[in-house]
Design a protein. Structure first.
Ligand code: F6P
Length: 546
């Protein structure tokens, strides 16, 4: 019998509890249980998650735990770890955890241990990073590399870019890494205008090596380089990261300059593979190993911890609770860390490309909501932009705060204020402010009764906005590895609960297909026959531009 989120016994219990919980306010829950923090917080390694401000009680949490068992999540974890082709629409195993596995045990895919290959590529990356960073790798004019430009998009861009920015405190002084993803030539042109071809190294990062954006950027980058240094320079200034050896060779990159990964690594889970090469160059290989070790620590926690204390499991169950039983359509990520500014972009792909789906594992249309819309911004910037809507816009918006106990850039006077703002926001969103409280506050401030009557309604905050706060000791390679792996496992659990294949992305294909069809029309080599009038009109308007 296939598991059904809505019709399972736990799902039915959760529906009833959801109805009850919709009538309750977080204030009441805090008043009823003075130890909510103790009852509703968890830790794993260096991470602490406080979910006391979620709209749950002991009963709903117990029902969520029952859901985990009824959906047989532990059996799905075992399938993933055993290398079964759980990405059934692409007939692929899902083994990104092997990329950070440092133990002696084999990890099998189709009966073959993948670990020797993983170790081989890691060793190749390590050698390469050392050569580039200590200046032994020279460009065509004999100069050391000073800038690395990663050309990739989606999973071949977002992970290393996010982590590189997050770990800026680890950047070696002699090397800067840049990330170019967009097909818009402005991205490449504005990046290259600051760089010297003689000291620039390009990493073409593409799992398939067929992605239009990346290949166009790679061709233009190559033209830029060759114009100054000549064709022979390509070998010293281009390396590739891919699963597609044939296409890499066709591009003219020598076998020894290719860093391989495998089809059992999904693009949005590939940060730990050779796709992490620009990150490894940008933080040094020892730090890259620490990053992998952090993720491995989270793997061990996820694989071996009962659901009641399992952090990725708990975050996933809370997301299902908010989305499918309380009716939230969105979740906002609010890292109180400028260094984590790009995390919401990274998680948008990880979560929405993985679980933004409407057809289940049996090919049937689901009758429940799947991945919520994820958005976000670093605090405190968001406070001066969209928090107004979270506080008073009337929608249910589960919030996820991330805070660091220690600042990565400890300027006097900053960090305590940052923490105060972070915790104040989650408190305000939980508690709200009633009309009576507003009136009392205004009276105490000496305002006239007419003014109080006129303005008090605007100053009411409904509160009851659920949030989780993740606390990291500090932002370093290890804790960042833990954090990102936490989200990966959360996505996996959600896929099981929603009965989805989280590892394909057919939704991306349609637009690509149509773009290929429109290109000759835009170039003027095909006519617009059969196009709808809007699309044809837009193309005609562009082609009139001299
Ligand atoms: O957006 C679709 C997608 O296939 C992603 O899953 C992937 O990360 C991205 O395109 C880039 O693909 P590639 O690494 O093959 O160039």
């Amino acid at each position: 019998m296939t598991f059904s989120l809505i019709d399972s016994a736990a799902g039915r219990a959760l529906r009833r509890q959801g109805e009850t919980m919709r009538q309750r306010h977080l204030r009441e829950l805090f008043a009823a249980d003075g130890k909510r923090f103790r009852h509703f917080s968890l830790s794993s390694g260096s991470l602490l998650a406080d979910f006391a401000k979620q709209r749950i009680d002991a009963d709903s949490l117990a029902a969520l735990h029952a859901l985990w068992h009824e959906a047989e999540v532990p059996a799905w974890i075992a399938r993933m770890r055993n290398g079964e082709a759980i990405n059934h629409t692409e007939r692929r195993a899902v083994l990104h955890h092997a990329l950070r596995h440092s133990g002696a045990e084999p990890i099998l895919c189709n009966g073959r241990d993948v670990m020797p290959e993983v170790r081989r590529v890691l060793a190749q990356m390590e050698r390469f990073c050392a050569e580039v960073l200590d200046g032994r790798w020279r460009g065509a004019r004999g100069e050391p590399i000073r800038n690395v430009v990663n050309l990739g998009i989606g999973g071949s861009d977002l992970g290393p870019k996010t982590a590189y920015q997050a770990l800026s405190a680890c950047h070696p002084p002699q090397l800067q890494v840049h990330f170019v993803s967009n097909l818009d030539g402005a991205h490449l042109a504005t990046t290259l205008q600051k760089l010297d071809p003689a000291t620039t190294l390009f990493v073409i990062a593409s799992k398939t090596f067929t992605t239009q954006e990346t290949l166009q950027n790679a061709r233009s980058a190559r033209d830029w380089l060759v114009a100054t240094l000549g064709e022979a320079a390509v070998a010293r200034h281009f390396v590739a990261v891919s699963t597609n050896r044939a296409e890499v060779t066709r591009f003219g990159i020598a076998a020894e300059n290719m860093f391989e990964f495998w089809d059992w690594v999904g693009g949005r889970f590939s940060l730990w593979s050779a796709i992490g090469l620009p990150l490894a160059l940008g933080i040094g290989f020892d730090n890259f190993r620490a990053f992998l070790a952090g993720a491995a620590a989270m793997d061990a926690h996820f694989f071996d911890t009962p659901v009641e204390r399992n952090l990725p499991a708990t975050l996933a169950l809370l997301e299902v609770w908010n989305t499918d039983f309380l009716g939230a359509e969105t979740r906002v990520l609010l890292p109180y860390s400028q260094s984590l500014e790009l995390l919401s972009h990274y998680l948008q792909q990880l979560e929405m490309e993985s679980n933004g789906k409407q057809v289940d594992r049996q090919g049937l249309r689901v009758d429940y909501a799947t991945a919520p819309i994820l958005w976000g911004e670093a605090g405190t910037n968001g406070q001066h932009a969209f928090y107004q809507l979270i506080h008073q816009g009337g929608r249910l918006i589960p919030c996820e705060f991330i805070a660091l106990r220690e600042a990565d850039y400890p300027l006097p006077g900053h960090h305590d204020k940052l923490l105060a703002n972070c915790f104040a926001q989650s408190e305000a969103l939980m508690r709200g402010k009633t009309l009576e409280e507003v009136r009392a506050e205004m009276q105490a401030a000496g305002l006239a009764a007419t003014e109080i009557d006129a303005l008090a309604p605007y100053r009411v905050f409904p509160g009851n906005q659920p949030s989780t706060t993740l606390l990291l000791p500090r932002l370093d390679p290890h804790s960042l590895g833990e954090l990102i792996a936490l989200y990966e496992h959360k996505v996996f659990v959600l896929g099981v609960l929603w009965n989805l294949n989280s590892f394909d992305q057919w939704g991306v294909e349609f637009g690509k297909q149509l773009a290929n069809r429109l290109l000759p029309v835009i170039e003027g080599t095909a006519d617009a026959d059969g196009l709808d009038s809007s699309t044809a009109g837009l193309i005609a308007a562009c082609r009139k531009i001299p």
